[in-house]
Design a protein around this ligand. Sequence first.
Ligand code: AMP
Length: 283
Amino acid sequence: MEVVEQIRQMAAITKKAAREDLKVGLVPTMGALHEGHLSLIRRARKQSDVVTASIFVNPVQFGQNEDFDSYPRELSSDLRQLSAAGVDYVFVPTAAEMYPPEFSTWIMVEGLSHKLCGISRPQHFRGVTTVVGKLIHILQPAFAFFGQKDAQQTIIIRRMLSDLNLETELVVCPTVRESDGLAISSRNRYLNGPERNAATVLIRSLRAAQQMMDEGARDGQQILDKVKRCIEGEPLARIDYIALVDNERLNPVISIDREALLAVAVFIGKTRLIDNLPIHLGD
Ligand code: AMP
């Protein structure tokens, strides 16, 4: 496995691979790797000839009062895990090279970026689409792998790829969970003992909704009310949002008659966690 810092060098490597007709897969991450990330790497390994992972704690996707400074950085253990998982190249650009002082071009998916998580994090998705757009431009991968855990991110990136006529295929991989159902996240480590127990309320609320739907419920408000009551039963939890939306425009779904997304964002103490349930007809 080779660790590449410079943009020019990374671009040259993947360009050469493409000339040799090799399919490049890209797994963008912010490091502090866990099983969720590794599931993306394994998928990439299965379906690409050359697997690249990027590790970049992207400053422009963090808000002023968010956790950019305290976000976990564990490069040496990340590199060990990526090497063991069969990654070919790890791209570790510096913020100075990604965002030189005169940097002033942004990729912004309007509308979608200001719904759900975009309400409490108004600059977040502009930062995400800009960095993912840059990574895709630099590496020109055949495939880019993202987790269902960040469902809104996948919907926004799908829109961006289409709007900008980028040829990279988006591959969305299922959410990996702890044994008690908590979606694995680098931010779970911020939770203390009681908060860690309380954090299962996200998956408990989604499973309660799933059960209602299994029993035939289709009314959106009824399902949202159930999720709300479940989360409100947990004293350490504070709801940021609960949303039942369609998968393309993120508009509210009044009655479930096609595929949809049930998404929640909940503060457990000071830590904001997200989770979601993709709803498939016939499930
Ligand atoms: P991050 O490092 O948090 O930016 O995440 C990098 C990628 O890993 C994103 O595509 C995430 O959606 C994905 N990811 C994070 N947690 C999980 C998880 N528990 N299961 C599946 N994918 C995940």
